[in-house]
Ligand binder design. Structure first.
Ligand SMILES: [Zn+2]
Length: 489
């Protein structure tokens, strides 16, 4: 038995002012066949990683293809996408005949000329393999689960957890189902229910936690092989944006459709209740300053680099400075130029620095202040689970009672090292402001005495009615009050 595996992934914020080029992939994951490291999967490469580990023991040959992944930002260039896609297709062609294909995709990638990149990849992969080959796909739940993809693949599974702590487990399941289909021990059939809603579903909050635990308990019995919730990615303006429920049943499509409908209707009943409450900037800062337990973690999802935002909005920082906050730290602000200036000024320097507020109108105004350079670190990093995420050269600057972490490799706040690497002990701070939607919770949740969520004027508005969609199919909640949910596949 022969399986082929490859990855091509990013999360595209179609509103982001930061283009994604081939170089953006070279900076993150750009691995030729056989080059994938053995320690841990990289972004969206878990299907290949898992299949490599299991191949010998389970009696199949793995033919490795290339893996390409870039950090979330704006559209991928047409030429860049086609180059990477055609490279993988060429490798697949050379690997033929294969029995199965495993793809690690994100699911919310958009390139110039391609609104449904993953659908395009699947169409071309299917054209190479023909109809008999089993295609299994792992997607991030922040994806657009288009009908085209479900028609072309045999098995699609998304991560269940947000923060995404179950990437490897879900990849194991993709492989399990592909192998079961090939061995004739299961016949996966997919059904999709469209909830017609845009929403955020952190699984760290009680309602979604209970929901995810419940759907996990439904799997592996009574003919239900797998259940995925495609949360949606609200910042990708494409036709099929929206929350969808995908059930894979063993041969019985009607049974899968019935369960998808039941779960989809439950999610509709949870509209407006799955995301935390968002405070305006003044209220969030005021509440954090008045709290008597420390640290208070203030999350700013609207400037989350993990959703394609620049991470250089200064509105929350300016509020902290204006109100004279003490023992506060904020990070990260992506500003490679300011980092360079801090290195040039030197450790301990007090000097006038302009930083932040650079990339676009939703970055706000830059901060102009006399700062003290309190730390300079080359090639810094932070942890996200077992993964080390580079933040590049890094500087910490102090303005009054506020410390700011400036980074040169754009990424969201994930690990405590973001602060501790530059001498800021997150445990002893009264206020920690982190630019992240929910991934920060894995590391900062356990140390936070309280978590507040702020909705700023940065680009990832939490009120989706403020987003200038042009392509999203209507009606859809919360843009429209009346919607028509139902089974679409
Ligand atoms: Zn995601």
């Amino acid at each position: 038995m022969r399986l082929f595996a490859a990855t091509l992934a990013t999360e595209t914020n179609t509103f982001s002012p930061i283009p994604t080029s081939l170089d953006s992939y070279r900076e993150v994951v750009f691995l030729k066949p056989g080059e994938h490291p053995t320690d841990a999967p990289r972004m969206c490469t878990a299907p290949l990683f898992v299949a490599r580990r299991r191949a010998a023991a389970e009696g199949f040959d793995l033919i490795e293809g290339s893996c390409f992944a870039a950090s979330p930002a704006g559209l991928t260039s047409r030429q860049g996408y086609e180059t990477m896609r055609d490279q993988i297709l060429k490798e697949l062609q050379a690997a033929m005949p294969v029995d199965g294909v495993l793809l690690g995709l994100h699911g919310a990638m958009v390139a110039h000329g391609y609104d449904d990149v993953e659908g395009d990849i699947l169409e071309r992969v299917r054209a190479v393999t023909g109809p008999g080959v089993v295609i299994g796909v792992e997607l991030d739940p922040h994806c657009h689960l288009t009908i085209k993809r479900v028609q072309l693949a045999d098995v699609i599974i998304t991560y269940k957890e947000f923060p995404h702590t179950d990437v490897v487990e879900r990849a194991e399941e993709v492989l399990d189902l592909v192998l079961a289909r090939l061995r004739g021990t299961a016949r996966p059939v997919m059904s999709v229910y469209d909830c017609r809603q845009i929403a955020s579903y952190p699984t760290t909050l009680p309602l979604m936690r209970a929901f995810v635990d419940r759907i996990k308990a439904l799997e592996g019995k009574d003919g239900i092989l797998s259940i995925s919730i495609a949360h949606c990615f609200p910042y990708g303006d494409v036709a099929e944006l929206g929350t969808r429920v995908l059930v894979i049943a063993d041969g019985d499509k009607a049974k899968g459709a019935a369960l998808a409908t039941r779960l989809g209707e439950e999610l509709i009943g949870m509209r407006g209740k799955t995301a935390p409450d968002y405070l305006d900037v003044a209220t969030a800062v005021g509440t954090a300053m008045a709290a008597n337990a420390a640290p208070v973690v203030v999350a700013e999802p609207a400037d989350n680099a993990g959703g394609g935002a620049p991470s250089d909005n200064t509105t929350v920082l300016r509020e902290l400075i204006a109100r004279g906050a003490e023992d506060a730290a904020l990070g990260p602000i992506w500003d490679p130029v300011a980092v360079r200036l801090c290195f040039d000024a030197g450790l301990g320097a007090h000097f006038p620095l302009r930083f932040g507020g650079r990339t676009g109108p939703q970055s706000g105004q830059p901060v102009d202040a006399t700062v003290e350079v309190t730390a300079l670190v080359r090639d810094a990093w932070q942890s996200f689970g077992p993964t080390r995420v580079p933040v590049g050269d890094c500087a910490a600057v102090r303005i009054g009672g506020v410390d700011v972490v400036l980074i040169s490799k754009r990424t969201q706040a994930l690990g405590l090292e973001l602060f501790s690497n530059v001498g800021i002990d997150p445990l002893t701070r009264k206020i920690l402001v982190v630019k992240s939607t929910n991934h920060f919770m894995a590391a900062f949740g356990p140390i936070a005495k309280r978590v507040l969520y702020v909705d700023s004027d940065a680009p990832l508005a939490r009120d989706y009615r403020r987003i200038a969609y042009t392509k999203v199919q209507r009606p859809i909640w919360p843009l429209d009050a009346e919607t028509k949910p139902g089974i679409i596949y």
